[in-house]
Design a binder for this molecule. Structure first.
Ligand SMILES: [Fe+2]
Length: 323
């Protein structure tokens, strides 16, 4: 039987940076939207100091919530640390675009501070700083083989290519807080959450239903094993630059509050019923990572550690623990 710990967190590059540079990220993102006009609530939060007071408060809460998650993880001591994160045209490019891919190699590196948005970081670390993780390759291959034999055609890679910076930021960024020393064997699961919006000729993102089924398939495998597995759902929810119902100008707080109450109440399976159109409208593309985790964990109530709702941080940010 599986022994499971669930953690939910965000991964945007701003989590690695001091609040004094958050406005730069904001301006870069807003500049992508032609004729961008800030919503009224964002103007309120920007206040008189271009959002600095709001950013200082949000940044502290983000760091505090990561330390709660980190402490729980290290006290629990998993045999396998599975991180479910989306690839945003990083490790997966036009040569190979699977909906899901398990990493089955023996080790993997990441360079979280290479990304221009994380060059100014909380640790004053150099861009070339490398993080190295050992990976449970027998376990991940067994998982892949089980999924395929059970009817779920899982892709795998034991040699990430296509990106000199190593692991995609959705996987590496939370690890900078949760396990920077690489204490726990790391099992990355990549998900094509962005679909067509990741780049030219990217296929559609997998449906919420399929993501939940994948989680259930992984759980079936875990129930045959003795390892203690920590499952990390790595992503913010609604993103301002993805919420098409608001012309990519605003996060969808009302929708995410509804989803939050489902997750809190142990009704995560309800998220499997979302349609691809609903995900696209509210900019909740990345919540697919959480839906896979919910499929693994089952309808267990989540302890919500923190919720960041301000428009200034560009995405709805939830930190949660299931244990
Ligand atoms: Fe992301």
């Amino acid at each position: 039987m599986a022994e499971l710990l669930g953690l939910g967190c965000s991964h945007g590059p701003i989590i690695l940076t001091p609040p004094e540079v958050w406005s730069k990220g904001r301006e870069r993102i807003f500049a992508r939207v032609p004729g961008y006009e800030p919503p009224a609530r964002l103007l309120d939060e920007l206040g008189e100091d271009n959002g600095l007071s709001q950013d200082i408060s949000d940044q502290q809460k983000v760091v505090d919530s990561f330390s709660v998650l980190r402490d729980r993880l290290h006290e629990w001591e998993p045999d396998v640390l599975m991180v479910i994160g989306d690839d945003q045209a990083e490790n997966f490019l036009q040569d190979n675009l699977p909906p899901f891919c398990l990493y089955t190699g023996a080790a993997v590196d990441g360079y979280p501070f290479q990304r221009p948005a994380a060059r100014t970081n909380l640790w004053n670390s150099a861009p070339e700083t490398k993080f190295t993780f050992q990976c449970p390759k027998e376990f991940s291959r067994d998982l892949r083989n089980h999924l395929i034999r059970d009817g779920f055609d899982m892709a795998s890679s034991s040699a990430l290519k296509g990106w000199d910076w190593g692991l995609a930021h959705a996987i590496i960024n939370p690890l900078v807080f949760l396990d920077p020393e690489g204490k726990f064997p790391l099992l990355p699961l990549f998900v094509n959450c962005y679909g067509e919006e990741a780049g030219p000729d990217y296929p559609p993102r997998p449906t919420p239903k399929r993501c939940y089924q994948l989680g259930q398939g992984i759980r079936k495998f875990l129930d045959t094993r003795d390892e203690r597995v920590a499952v990390v759902a790595s992503s913010s929810w609604s993103h301002s630059f993805l919420a098409h119902k608001f012309q990519c100008r605003s996060i969808d707080i009302d929708t995410d509050r509804r989803y939050l109450e489902l997750v809190r109440a142990g009704k995560g399976s309800k998220l499997a019923e979302l349609t691809p159109e609903e995900i696209q409208d509210s900019g909740d593309h990345e919540i697919l990572n959480w839906i896979i985790a919910l499929g693994i964990l089952g309808d267990v109530p989540a302890n919500i550690v923190d919720v960041r709702e301000s428009h200034t941080q560009l995405a709805y940010r939830v930190a949660a623990i299931w244990d």
